[in-house]
Ligand binder design. Structure first.
Ligand SMILES: Nc1ncnc2c1ncn2[C@@H]1O[C@H](COP(=O)(O)OP(=O)(O)OP(=O)(O)O)[C@@H](O)[C@H]1O
Ligand SMILES: [Mg+2]
Length: 617
């Protein structure tokens, strides 16, 4: 006799359970998803000892027919599909017909169910895959599933479970997510006899945000409602103040199923760029609705992974949905709705995708790229040969963007200041300038509100946008030439950094070249207005980039642009003239995202007249 044998059913199911049922959370997930598939509008979940001792789920769904009860515990028994092609138009959470079979193979399971056609319910008790009892009972319409002694027959798995509190925490977080995905279903989660979470099922996702995250977060979210090409994106996103250090505040559902997907998170990162602060992740809870044939969810038994048929399309639509919502927020007493958001987003997106393609261009394409670089170089050469022009640029450096010798911004330049403003709808805001507090905060009255604008943060945001804008519009000439190029001797570490990131410097306006092994020659700096000595900006940026190199490897480009902006910007305790204040306020307001500096600090705090009214009482 050979060595190969066929495994018995229980063994097969226990092995299968290993894939799906790793911990109590997975049981809760499978059972609750069945309730949702059954059309339940009320689901009560009761947990004891982190789910190790008891998981009980009661739903008011359509129930299971008496004759189907035993069958539902069999492997590959499902009422949801008949053949694999059905998946192309199946929207149920389950379809593999193996969850209950897996659960019953590693626990004691009691199932009570009644459909509206039956007068009685049926109760079934099974353990380790064997039916122990089946009887008629009185029951409400719906299904109750009780799972006890999980993993009693798989000690290895039991041993790896965490403490009850931790296991419960996983369950709670999942149930709360599920409440977001199904705002019209009322969930109640009970732990050791106490209700710890409850959702009303009134369909309002903001109410759920409030009950889970509290008032602070609720006040800082914006609704998302976007539709394109049969794909609908709904939910909420958070503004800058609630961006986080981790991705914990990012939840995605696909047709109400919680998924993880790199394409979508990348798309969100790009959409949030510049609005969250460097290295922070935007907050969002979003559901994508689309025809089931746009994707394949049957990648892994847990159904967390998904493959999209058209990844580019999904990437683009998700980006647009988020960006639209970010821009819909009103700011600085200006309730006017923006009219040019569409165009702006399209433009940003195009830049993003071209930029991305440039980075991944294949070698032969690189060649033609090089050709155009040579061309750009020639143009640069030519223009710097024209004496007058050279002087013009140089003068601007000493007197950049109209800052006169006493360091003030000239009024004539306020009008034609930047490309950025040209492209955007300029909205002039009427404000009353009150003064400057602590030589740092500009106080302005607009409508019924008082604004405190942090001069450094505001200027930093402005410059950040300008540097990016310069790059987008004019890669070949976004530098201001120095009258006399400066040669800096650098340390080994600094030289290495410059070598590694030379393109970054050049892309964003530093016209630099390596000068021997130990020095860098700076011919030009980014074409923006400087309030600190522009010649020092190169060294300051280099220093800061190196200091923080280890702590944040990602987002180097973002950090770089933000650092340049920070170093060039007006600082706290620098005196500003009323003209400079005018320049800052008006330009800040033309930005699509004026709320924070690129590092995430708020540029502005506002108080309403009502806030002052409260002082009286
Ligand atoms: N709460 C419930 N209400 C109504 N029917 C249920 C419920 N739970 C399970 N069922 C029935 O039992 C069947 C088996 O459930 P099971 O979870 O094992 O498989 P599935 O949901 O079809 O697929 P998957 O393994 O992907 O979850 C379901 O197809 C459904 O018909
Ligand atoms: Mg199921």
């Amino acid at each position: 006799m050979g060595n190969i044998v066929l495994l018995d059913d229980l063994t097969i199911n226990k092995i299968a359970a290993g894939e799906v049922i790793e911990r109590p959370l997975n049981v809760v997930k499978e059972v609750v998803e069945n309730s949702i598939d059954a059309g339940a509008t009320q689901i009560i979940i009761e947990i004891k000892k982190g789910g190790k001792q008891l998981i009980k789920v009661i739903d008011n769904g359509k129930g299971i027919k008496k004759d189907d009860m035993e069958l539902s515990l069999e492997r590959h028994a499902t009422s949801k599909i008949r053949k694999v092609e059905d998946l192309e138009h199946t929207y149920s959470m389950g379809f593999r017909g193996e969850a209950l079979a897996s659960i019953v193979s590693v626990s004691k399971l009691t199932m009570i169910s009644r459909t509206k056609e039956d007068d009685y319910g049926t109760k079934l008790i099974a353990e380790a895959g064997n039916i122990l009892e089946a009887e008629e009972v009185g029951a409400q319409i719906g299904t109750t599933i009780i799972v006890e002694n999980l993993f009693f027959n798989v000690p290895v798995r039991y041993k790896f479970l965490k403490q009850d509190a931790t296991e419960f925490k996983y369950i709670k977080e999942w149930v709360q997510k599920e409440a977001f995905a199904n705002p019209s279903v009322s969930f109640k989660l009970i732990n050791e006899g106490k209700t710890v979470f409850q959702s009303s099922g009134n369909g309002n996702i903001e109410d759920i945000v409030y009950s889970i995250y509290g008032k602070d977060i609720k006040e800082n979210i914006v609704k998302v409602n976007y539709e394109e090409d049969n794909i609908k994106v709904t939910g909420v996103i958070g503004n800058t103040t609630i961006a986080r250090d981790t991705r914990k505040g990012q939840i995605i559902f696909l047709n109400r199923r919680n998924i993880k997907n790199q394409i979508l998170t990348n798309s969100a990162d790009q959409a949030f760029k510049g609005s969250t602060g460097i290295g922070k992740y935007g907050f969002f809870i979003l559901n994508l609705e689309m025809p089931a044939n746009y994707y394949d969810i049957n990648v892994h038994p847990t159904k967390m992974e998904v493959r999209f048929a058209d990844e580019n399309k999904i990437y683009k639509i998700f980006y647009h949905a988020i960006k639209n919502a970010i821009l819909s927020k009103e700011f600085l007493g200006n309730a006017e709705t923006e009219t040019h958001n569409e165009e702006y987003i399209e433009n940003e997106f195009e830049f993003l995708t071209n930029h991305f393609e440039n980075e991944t261009k294949s070698n032969n394409e690189q060649q033609s790229n090089n050709d155009s670089k040579v061309l750009q170089q020639n143009i640069k050469q030519e223009s710097s040969n024209i004496e007058g022009k050279k002087y013009g640029i140089a003068e601007r450096l000493i007197n950049p963007k109209g800052i006169n010798s006493s360091g003030n911004l000239l009024e004539k330049d306020l009008k034609n200041s930047s490309e950025l403003i040209r492209r955007e709808e300029k909205r002039k805001v009427d404000y009353k300038y009150i003064g400057i507090l602590f030589r740092t905060y500009i106080i302005a009255e607009i409508g019924n509100e008082i604004y405190l604008i942090d001069q450094h943060a505001a200027h930093e945001r402005l410059l950040y946008e300008q540097i990016k804008e310069n790059y987008k519009n004019n890669i070949s000439s976004n530098s201001q030439m120095m009258l006399v190029p400066e040669v800096f001797n650098l340390t080994h570490k600094e030289i290495e950094f410059v070598k590694k990131n030379i393109e970054l410097f050049q892309n964003y306006g530093f016209d630099i070249e390596l000068f021997g092994d130990k020095a860098v020659k700076v011919n030009g700096v980014p074409d923006i207005e400087y309030r600190s000595k522009s010649k020092n900006v190169f060294l300051e940026v280099l220093d800061e980039m190196i200091t923080n190199e280890r702590s944040s490897m990602k987002d180097v480009e973002e950090r770089f642009v933000a650092t340049v902006a920070c170093k060039a910007a007006v600082k706290a305790n620098m005196d500003l003239t009323p003209q400079e204040v005018e320049y800052l306020i008006q330009n800040l307001l033309t930005l699509k995202n004026p709320y924070t500096c690129p590092h995430g600090r708020p540029t502005t705090i506002k108080f309403s007249k009502d806030d002052f009214g409260k002082l009286k009482s």
